[in-house]
Structure formats: structure tokens, C-alpha cells
Write a protein that binds this ligand. Structure first.
Ligand code: GUN
Length: 285
């Protein structure tokens, strides 16, 4: 069994980005918009901002009060769309209930939508058009497979979960023609009958459903690859810990490769966000 070290791959991706920024003498600018006081979102943005500083991306955080109207938020986005120094805009989710995330995604200039949430970028992803921005977690998973030379061509990949942010765009990437794609795909979800039977047939099993320790050894084929996308906060002995969608202790021995949580897919999401931002700055040069 081999552990896929996402932290190491992410660090190497970030070093590469730093070199690109220096080599091309660009000044990428990224703006985070935080609405309200969601503590997990604040922690994520802090971490993303730190990574920006490490590699030479100028990042700013726009903190807006919980009561901000959708109209006000869209006006702020319009200003950032016009700002030549800003190459990427991240509106951190979840948003307060009175703001429609779909309206926010549509308001972003697609060329600054480094999250890959605008329908134009989602459409481009589906069509294999590389002028868009792929959404970061699925993009990071493909890059992890690539880093470990885990081939997907003709392999049976089972994705658990059909969210707009992971399951669906990941399915689109794996179905493209080309290297680290060309997969035979099954997507299972909450309405699927006999999930376990489907999972057991996977050469590569990707868990992205958001349910702590959902995947057990009985659901995994011997020598398969298991990718855990889950970031679940649970209370254990009075403390909050983060666990994945895979019961790592139970499953690991059965796999050829497995990602840990933390230190697997998570760091890659940030690395791909910054990859999209540097790409945006290069395109605007
Ligand atoms: N909330 C949790 N993950 C993400 C992400 O990747 N992008 C945004 N905008 N919000 C998030």
C-alpha cells in the first residue's frame, strides 16, 4: 500500500508557480470575498492567502457583513471584474441564505472565475475546451493521479457523489479523451441501489459524498486506488477533528494507493486555485 502525499505534490506545484511568476515577471492578483462570519470559511481563506504570499500572488480579502444584500455583492463583483490588477475572484461559500450562489457565479467575469463555477467554465469543462478554468478539487485529483502515474485509460472509475463542485466536474474530466482521462465511469449517489456492489468493481474509487468514514474495506476491491475527497468535521473526545469519507484504518491495507485526510486531496485544491490564478494572469499579459 502506498500513501499518496498530496501535501508534497501541492508543494511542488506551488514551487513551480513561484518560478513561473518570477520567470514571466507577472503580478497575479487574487481577491477573496467573505460574506459573514463562517468560521471554517475564514480558516480556509486564511490558508489560501498564506499560500498566495509564499509564491508571490497579491491577495486581498474583502470582508462583507452577513447582512450584505445580493445586489451589493454583485456590485462589488462588477468592480473587481473591471479591476485590471485582479486576475482571480473567489466568493467563498457557503453564502448567507438570502444570496443565490447561482447569481454570484453568473456575475463573475468567466476569465477571472478561478474557482471554475461560472456556467461558461462548467460548459467548457464538459466540452474539453482548455480555455476555461476547471474546478479546483477535480483538477487537483487528476494532477495527483498524474504525479503518481496512476493511469486511468480504460479503467473503471467509480465516483461517489454528484455535487456541482466535485462529482459532476470530476466525471467530466475523467470522460475526456487523453492522458489521465479516457476512463470508464460510474457515478453513484444517495439514490443508487447497492452502492457497495458498484464500489467493489472500481479500479479507482473516489469518495466525494461528505459522509465521515462511509467507505469501508468491504466496499473496496483488492489493490484498487482509493481517493478521499471528504473533509468532515467531527467531535471526538471533546475535540473537533477532520476525517475523510473513507475509513482509512479499515481500508488502507487493501489498496495499492490511498490518499490520507488531511494531506491528500485538500492541499491540491488550493494548489489548483493558484494554478488557475497564475494562468489567468498569464492570459491577460
Ligand atoms: N467553500 C468550500 N470550498 C470552496 C471552494 O473551492 N471555493 C469557494 N468559492 N468556496 C468554497
Amino acid at each position: 500500500m502506498n500513501i499518496i502525499d498530496g501535501k508534497r505534490v501541492a508543494e511542488s506545484t506551488l514551487r513551480n508557480l513561484k518560478n513561473q511568476i518570477e520567470h514571466h515577471k507577472i503580478h497575479p492578483g487574487l481577491c477573496f470575498i467573505l460574506v459573514g462570519n463562517h468560521s471554517a470559511s475564514q480558516a480556509y481563506v486564511k490558508m489560501k492567502k498564506k499560500r498566495c504570499e509564499e509564491i508571490g500572488i497579491d491577495s486581498t480579502v474583502l470582508n462583507l457583513p452577513e447582512a450584505t444584500t445580493e445586489e451589493d455583492l454583485l456590485s462589488q463583483i462588477a468592480l473587481l471584474n473591471e479591476n485590471k490588477k485582479i486576475h482571480g475572484i473567489i466568493v467563498q461559500e457557503p453564502l448567507p441564505a438570502h444570496i443565490d450562489p447561482k447569481a454570484v457565479h453568473l456575475a463573475l467575469d468567466p476569465s477571472k472565475d478561478v474557482d471554475g463555477f461560472h456556467p461558461i467554465n462548467v460548459g467548457k469543462l464538459l466540452m474539453g475546451d482548455i480555455t476555461g478554468f476547471p474546478s479546483c478539487t477535480p483538477y487537483g485529483i487528476i494532477k495527483l493521479l498524474e504525479a503518481y502515474n496512476i493511469q486511468t485509460s480504460g479503467k473503471h472509475v467509480v465516483v461517489i457523489g454528484r455535487s456541482n463542485i466535485v462529482g459532476k466536474p470530476l466525471a467530466a474530466l475523467l470522460l475526456q479523451k487523453g492522458a489521465f482521462a479516457d476512463a470508464t465511469l460510474t457515478v453513484v449517489h444517495s439514490k443508487t441501489k447497492n452502492i457497495e456492489e458498484h464500489c467493489k468493481r472500481a479500479d479507482i474509487l473516489i469518495a466525494a459524498l461528505g459522509s465521515p468514514h462511509f467507505v469501508k474495506a468491504s466496499m473496496v476491491k483488492e489493490d484498487s486506488v482509493v481517493i478521499d475527497v471528504g473533509i468532515n468535521r467531527i467531535e471526538k473526545n471533546g475535540e473537533t477533528t477532520i476525517v475523510g469519507d473513507v475509513d482509512f484504518e479499515n481500508v488502507a491495507e487493501k489498496c495499492s494507493y490511498i490518499t490520507p485526510v488531511p494531506g491528500g486531496v485538500g492541499p491540491m485544491t488550493i494548489a489548483m486555485l493558484l494554478t488557475n490564478t497564475v494562468e489567468s494572469a498569464l492570459r491577460s499579459k
